[in-house]
Design a protein. Structure first.
Ligand SMILES: NC(=O)c1ccc[n+]([C@@H]2O[C@H](COP(=O)([O-])OP(=O)(O)OC[C@H]3O[C@@H](n4cnc5c(N)ncnc54)[C@H](O)[C@@H]3O)[C@@H](O)[C@H]2O)c1
Length: 399
């Protein structure tokens, strides 16, 4: 079993999230040998900015570097499938950003390739790795909430509120045909399946596009940038700004979620509540060190994240003592720590504790059902019947 400091990695993409990946890898001691940008010149500028030794000229150049054992894919969504494919074919472990692919055909292909390869494969549903979310999964599993009956919540952001806001995510060929659902809804849907240990079986979805024409700047734009460009061209928008979805879970529980990229003031607000027959549990990503536990016949509780007061999984994800706030960037350290334990042993554990390509694929199947339901205006099943048994998924999602 090798330590992270003995393992070499490279990162594709050096935008908002590629930078977070690199910083988390450094905290673990992983040797980040280089990065790949959209062009060699842009890559060189990013390598200088982040302090990475090398900018590769191409993916082929990166994969020629024998020191690189793990490749992180943080490029725009349309590149995930071809890049992850090439990485696996070159015999390297892969950590891919969500969504895993543009379509469920692509994600199914990646699940099969990863299984054949025997290599470590992870999808970065990092929100699972807030320590309190790991703890919630344990609370539900040990019966503290009783039978889960209702799962509700939202994921709201405001960075696409104005018609002048622009990003590659708005172009279906780059981001996918679902936008708010694929970009942020996928996190919420994955998270509640993880915390409850229950898969979503049916959905009834309503998708709405409130800004049908946006102004695309003629120059490049950074994710979450609020700068207004002087020169723009009008672009028609076909993907959803807002989604409202009713859910049914495999145990009969009901759910409801609202997803929006147009909620003024909500920068990155993910909330969920699980109402069970014995207790309720609620978590808010903007107060991530606090968990609300609701009781009918006793005073409600606020659990402040504290390794001494959480189960084993919560403890494993925590880096700091209670009262020393952990946040978004810390979840990357926690999820990569779990992934690199498997990399250190050379292959995926029988029951990986991090989300795998199988989980990324299952999320794509839920997305397919959301799109079909919105199109047809009716309840739609998540079609898993034709899938090969996804043992890894079963193991990682079920309690
Ligand atoms: N897990 C999370 O919390 C989280 C958060 C944000 C984004 N993401 C995901 O990460 C990915 C990137 O999002 P972002 O917000 O960082 O976007 P971004 O636009 O900030 O960065 C994308 C990067 O990819 C690079 N790139 C573009 N084409 C490339 C190519 N052909 N080869 C190599 N690199 C190329 C760009 O130069 C840029 O550095 C998306 O898939 C997104 O869904 C995940």
């Amino acid at each position: 079993m090798r330590r992270p400091s003995e393992i070499g990695a490279a990162v594709i993409g050096s935008g908002f999230i590629g930078t977070v990946h690199i910083e988390a890898l450094r905290r673990l001691g992983v040797q980040v040998h280089g990065l790949l940008g959209s062009t060699p010149d842009r890559g060189a500028v990013s390598a200088e900015r982040i302090g990475v030794p090398k900018a590769y000229a191409s993916l082929g150049d990166l994969l020629d570097d024998e020191r690189v054992e793990v490749v992180h894919v943080t490029s725009p969504n349309h590149l995930h499938h071809p890049q992850a494919r090439e990485i696996l074919a070159a015999g390297r472990h892969v950590v891919c950003e969500k969504p895993l692919a543009m379509t469920s055909d692509e994600s199914r292909d990646l699940v099969a390739l990863a299984a054949e390869s025997g290599l470590v494969n992870a999808v970065n549903f990092n929100i699972r790795f807030y320590p309190l979310n790991q703890h919630v999964r344990e609370l539900v599993r040990d019966g503290s909430a009783g039978d889960v009956r209702l799962v509700s919540g939202h994921y709201f952001q405001d960075w696409l509120l104005l018609e002048t806001d622009w990003n590659w995510r708005l172009v279906p060929g780059l981001g996918g045909s679902l936008r708010a659902v694929g970009d942020i809804g996928s996190h919420w849907l994955d998270l509640v399946a993880f915390t409850t240990g229950l898969r979503i079986t049916e959905v009834m979805a309503d998708l709405a596009t409130f800004i049908p024409v946006r102004r695309e700047p003629t120059g490049p734009v950074e994710t979450f940038s609020t700068e207004r460009a002087a020169e723009t061209v009008d672009r028609s928008i076909t993907t959803e700004d807002i989604a409202t979805i009713l859910l049914r879970f495999e145990n009969g529980a009901r759910g409801t979620v609202a997803i929006s990229q147009l909620s003024a003031g909500r920068k990155n607000s993910l909330e969920y509540e699980i109402d069970g027959s014995a207790a309720s549990i609620a978590w808010d990503s903007e107060q991530p060190d606090q968990l609300w536990i609701g009781h009918r016949e006793a005073a409600n509780e606020i659990l402040i994240r504290n390794p001494a007061l959480m189960g084993a999984a919560g403890q494993a994800a925590a880096a700091l003592p209670g009262g020393h706030v952990e946040g978004f960037a810390d979840t990357f350290r926690a999820i990569f720590r779990a992934v690199y334990a498997d990399v250190g042993s050379g292959r995926p554990a029988e029951h990986p504790v991090y989300p795998t390509f199988a989980d990324g694929h299952d999320e794509m199947l839920v997305g397919d059902a959301v799109a079909a339901s919105a199109r047809d205006g009716r309840w739609t099943r998540v079609e898993r019947a034709q899938e090969a048994p996804l043992r890894v998924l079963e193991d990682s999602v079920r309690p």
